[in-house]
Design a protein around this ligand. Structure first.
Ligand SMILES: [Zn+2]
Length: 230
C-alpha cells in the first residue's frame, strides 16, 4: 500500500493535472501500477534528456490510466521506454509504440502535457493506447468506435470541423490503418471527456467501459472553464 506521502504521490499531486481529480481508490490503483511498472521496465534517455525518476513516474502514471482497468498485468510486455528529445523524430513525431515491447516518448511533450491539461494532447496516453490496441485488438471492435470514425469522416467530407484533428485522417491514409483513431480519441477522452461526450455519446460510453473511468463526472468541463474565464 502506497500512501499520499509517498514520493510518487507527492510528485503526481503537483505535476499531473488529472491526479487531484481521481478518487482515493483510483489514486491507489495508479500508484501501485506505476510502482510496479517502474520496477519492471527499463528506461532509456537520449543524450539531450537528463535522466530522472520523475520522467519515469509520469510515463508510468499515464500508462496506469490506460491499462489499469484491463488485464494488462501493468503492461508487463512493455520492456523498454525511451525518453527522447526533440531531435529524435526529425521534429515530426512526439512518440511511437513498436508492438508490445517498446515505447518512445518525447520527454518535453510528456512533461508539458502532464502539467497542463490540453485538449487532445497527452503523448504517453496516445502511445499506451496503441499498446492496449495491439494487445486486445480494440480498433474497430465496437459499433460506436466504427460509427464515430464514420461520423468524423462524414464531417470531413462536408467541411465540418469536429473534435478529431485532421492529422488522424492524414495518418490513417499514410499508414494504411485505422489504429490512429483509437489512440487519438483516447487522448481526447482523458483530457477533454466532455468533448468526446458531446461529439458522440456512444463512443464516450465505450471508452468509459474500456478505461473503467467515467471522467466527465470527475473532471471539470474544459469548455465551460474557458467560457467562465473570458
Ligand atoms: Zn499513433
Amino acid at each position: 500500500m502506497i500512501d499520499n506521502a509517498h514520493p510518487i504521490a507527492l510528485y503526481l499531486t503537483d505535476n499531473w493535472f488529472i491526479y487531484p481529480w481521481l478518487t482515493k481508490h483510483q489514486q491507489q490503483v495508479v500508484l501501485s501500477f506505476a510502482e510496479r511498472f517502474c520496477d519492471e521496465t527499463e528506461f532509456w534517455f537520449t543524450p539531450s534528456i537528463v535522466p530522472s525518476e520523475e520522467l519515469a513516474w509520469l510515463v508510468a502514471a499515464n500508462a496506469a490510466l490506460v491499462g489499469g482497468a484491463q488485464a494488462t498485468n501493468c503492461f508487463a510486455g512493455v520492456r523498454w521506454v525511451y525518453l527522447v528529445g526533440d531531435d529524435a523524430f526529425d521534429g515530426e513525431l512526439s512518440g511511437d509504440a513498436r508492438g508490445h515491447s517498446t515505447v518512445r516518448i518525447n520527454a518535453f511533450d510528456l512533461v508539458e502535457e502532464s502539467q497542463e491539461r490540453i485538449s487532445g494532447q497527452q503523448i504517453a496516453i496516445h502511445e499506451f493506447a496503441h499498446v492496449l490496441d495491439a494487445l486486445f485488438g480494440i480498433t474497430d471492435s465496437t459499433p460506436a468506435l466504427r460509427d464515430a470514425l464514420e461520423l468524423h469522416l462524414e464531417n470531413r467530407r462536408n467541411g465540418i470541423e469536429d473534435i478529431i484533428p485532421d492529422v488522424v485522417f492524414e495518418t490513417m491514409v499514410e499508414q494504411n490503418t485505422r489504429e490512429e483513431f483509437f489512440s487519438y480519441v483516447s487522448e481526447i477522452f482523458f483530457t477533454d471527456p466532455h468533448g468526446i461526450l458531446n461529439f458522440y455519446p456512444p463512443l464516450y460510453n465505450d471508452l468509459v467501459a474500456i478505461y473503467g473511468l467515467n471522467l466527465a463526472k470527475q473532471l471539470p468541463d474544459l469548455n465551460a472553464e474557458a467560457i467562465n474565464t473570458k
